[in-house]
Design a protein around this ligand. Structure first.
Ligand SMILES: NC(=O)c1ccc[n+]([C@@H]2O[C@H](COP(=O)([O-])OP(=O)(O)OC[C@H]3O[C@@H](n4cnc5c(N)ncnc54)[C@H](OP(=O)(O)O)[C@@H]3O)[C@@H](O)[C@H]2O)c1
Length: 251
């Protein structure tokens, strides 16, 4: 039986196993999708070696960037973002090669376009500077949306903002706000990024990459101020289907 899976430090939050199990059952595909919790990315080679039927892996927190040195090939999106969420394992002639891709890029692009539905001239704030923030920044740049990143430890060179500097003016000027931090993700559902929510309005679009819970505190606070909100479920489904196409060589 073909094995697929996901690697991450803690996988209790991940809906990917349920998504793929459901897909395999509906389409009568004889395969399994297993969550592999790793305490260190250095454990990846051993996992690949011990799971001989492993064909493909998704990659989640905190390994999207640290997995790169273990890969033999990077797709243009993975190369440009420095983040990988999909690995294809190629075993031939006694050798194993790992190819890295980034399907978060197309997942975020398709779903943020739905949210803003053609609205022009928006500027964005990206909360967090981790692996998925890089995919989000790459997409916004390609869509011609000016953005600023917000970090707990802003790097001046990268022109990142600190949370304490976000005021009414900055929020008035940046109508698209994207949460790429894990704040609010199950089981820590009572946390949210530290921005002054009372300055939000019905002109704002709030996008949360988190999909569990379906409505995070970040989105709840935005909704209260009449902002248009979207969670990361659509992105999750798109990136998962794109991973599947890569594993199956479907173009
Ligand atoms: N819907 C989807 O398909 C999809 C796809 C990818 C990711 N996600 C979700 O997106 C989230 C982030 O994933 P990731 O892989 O980018 O994680 P990550 O690499 O760990 O990065 C998250 C970033 O958030 C900031 N951060 C972390 N802990 C924080 C805290 N306690 N307070 C404030 N900021 C904090 C950090 O930036 P600073 O250090 O600069 O503050 C960090 O670099 C997760 O919830 C993940 O499940 C969803």
């Amino acid at each position: 039986m073909e094995i697929y899976g996901i690697i991450g430090e803690k996988l209790i939050h991940s809906s990917s196993p349920a998504f793929f199990q459901d897909k395999f059952q509906k389409l009568n595909i004889d395969a399994d999708y297993i969550p592999f919790e790793l305490s260190d990315i250095a454990d990846l080679p051993e996992l690949i070696q011990s799971q001989k039927n492993l064909i493909g892996l998704n990659v989640t927190i905190p390994f999207k960037e640290s997995v790169i040195p273990y890969l033999d090939f990077l797709s243009p999106e993975a190369e440009a973002t420095g983040a990988v969420n999909t690995i294809k394992i190629i075993r031939a002639a006694g050798k194993t090669k790992l190819h890295g891709y980034n399907t978060d890029v197309i997942g975020f692009k398709d779903s943020v376009e739905l949210l803003i539905s053609g609205k022009k001239g928006l500027k964005a704030l990206i909360l967090g500077t981790g692996g998925s923030a890089k995919s989000v920044a790459f997409v916004l740049q390609n869509l011609g949306i000016h953005y600023q990143m917000v970090s707990r430890e802003p790097k001046a060179k990268a022109k990142e903002l600190s949370y304490v500097t976000i005021d009414a003016n900055i929020l008035y000027d940046h109508l698209l706000i994207i949460n790429t931090t894990p704040l609010g993700m199950f089981p820590n559902i009572d946390s949210a990024p530290d921005i002054p929510y009372h300055f939000l309005s019905g002109h704002h679009f709030l996008y949360d990459l988190i999909y569990n819970p379906s409505e995070t505190l970040f989105l709840k606070k935005g909704k209260k101020k009449k902002a248009i909100v979207q969670n990361g479920l659509n992105m999750l489904h798109i990136q998962a289907e794109e991973s599947w196409k890569i594993w199956q060589d479907i173009n």
